[in-house]
Write a protein that binds this ligand. Structure first.
Ligand SMILES: [Fe+2]
Length: 287
């Protein structure tokens, strides 16, 4: 939430699992059928117990958010899958702010705790850190909505969607993490070629006819994520938001080795779900 100091925290979460493979899920945008389908794909493998969704779940949004969440939790229950969500811009941030202002979801140091919104579904606060499968993780959600001019504050847009400098500072202060999960992408030359192409087209042809103010608003988010990624120097970065499937290998200044970046697609598109092998930080083979 705006103004609340964040602390980088390290904890094993969930600490009882020793998964070497994790599922990564792109923007679901409130599409129940897509969510169910992709979670079934992961569950049917039989070797994935933990999945991370990379924002724009549309938590608390849409005509029946409870039924949407219940459908997701039901699939997770069927396959004994835990889903952890990094928030995007398209979430009900008023509801997130409300939950993260209640004592239940604030730890004794004033930091924000993951919100267990269903038995198998948890929302991760910005800057949250944990360890799994021998790897350190950090999540940093949120992004500016480039279509903000088409949205209505309090209905389908909330100012808390944006990443603040204090979120970036706290995340960097937590130091290196092997795996970084974000909603927004860093800028070139630290993004995938596919995201670079979207950004290039927006800047040159602007085929979506985004207003200058919306492009500038989006650029602020890109700059903040870039600063965070450069500070954390992850070995592996996955993000959503652009709704394009992509992959790149980038060299972050000062990093001892190149960083693999995955851009996840959205909804039913191919490339919305991938499986990461935590040993090699490469795509897991088919189950
Ligand atoms: Fe998004």
């Amino acid at each position: 939430m705006i103004g609340r100091p964040l602390r980088g925290r390290s904890e094993c979460f969930p600490c009882t699992l020793s998964a070497m493979l994790i599922g990564l899920v792109g923007d679901l945008e409130g599409e129940r059928n897509a969510a169910v389908r992709w979670l079934e794909v992961l569950g049917e493998r039989g070797d994935v117990r933990v999945a991370y969704q990379l924002g724009d779940l549309r938590f608390g949004m849409g005509p029946d958010p409870e039924a949407y969440l219940a459908a997701i939790d039901s699939v997770c229950t069927r396959y004994d899958l835990r889903l952890f969500c990094t928030n995007g811009n398209h979430e009900n941030w008023a509801e997130l702010d409300r939950l993260w202002s209640t004592s239940r979801w604030i730890d004794e140091d004033g930091g924000l705790k993951p919100i267990e919104v269903a038995e198998h579904v948890t929302l991760l606060p910005r800057g949250h850190r944990w360890n799994l499968g021998g790897r350190s993780f950090v999540a940093l959600g949120g992004a500016p909505s480039i279509n903000r001019h088409l949205l209505t504050e309090g209905v389908d847009w909330w100012p808390s969607e944006v990443l603040l400098d204090e979120h970036v500072d706290a995340t960097i202060a937590g130091g290196h993490a092997d795996v970084m999960l974000t909603h927004d992408s860093p800028l070139a030359p630290y993004c995938t070629p596919e995201v670079h192409e979207v950004l290039r087209r927006n800047a040159s042809d602007n085929p979506m006819e985004w207003p200058e103010s919306s492009l500038a608003y989006a650029d602020e988010g890109l700059a903040k994520i870039t600063r965070a990624v450069l500070g954390v120097q992850p070995m592996f970065l996955a993000h959503g938001h652009f709704h394009v499937a992509g992959e790149g290998l980038v060299q972050l200044p000062g990093a001892p080795s190149a960083t693999t970046v995955w851009s996840l697609a959205a909804r039913h598109e191919a490339g919305t779900v991938r499986v990461l092998d935590l040993d090699s930080l490469t795509e897991a083979s088919a189950a």
